[in-house]
Ligand binder design. Structure first.
Ligand SMILES: [Zn+2]
Length: 107
């Protein structure tokens, strides 16, 4: 089943959003709005808060430690990455696809 709303994501994703939003000074109402919104509606604040969403459409979970490809695709795990980019081989790790973490962008 495809997930559309933040409320359909794992508790871990929701907690991460909450934590990062609090760090950026969002108030309770703004945080609740975020938790009630569509996953895609938060795309604009990924940079501000310092997280990404998994580009496996079956997953879409939020994370601030995960995989980034040379094509700027982001995945929560190597399983998700390999599901979408099916030609990834062992040697691509560290060369085409990297494990990394994200932090809030400086203003
Ligand atoms: Zn994923």
């Amino acid at each position: 089943m495809r997930k559309f709303y933040v409320a359909e994501l794992s508790r871990k994703s929701q907690e991460l959003f909450k934590e990062l939003a609090e760090e950026q000074g969002f108030n309770d109402e703004e945080i609740q709005d975020g938790l009630d919104s569509k996953i895609g509606d938060l795309d604009d604040i990924h940079g501000l808060l310092g997280f990404r969403k998994c580009e496996n459409p079956q997953c879409k979970e939020f994370f601030n430690e995960g995989f980034l490809t040379e094509d700027s695709d982001t995945f929560c795990s190597n399983e998700c990455a390999e599901k979408i980019i099916t030609d990834i081989v062992e040697e691509d790790y560290g060369d085409y696809i990297f494990f990394t973490d994200w932090e809030p962008e400086e203003e």
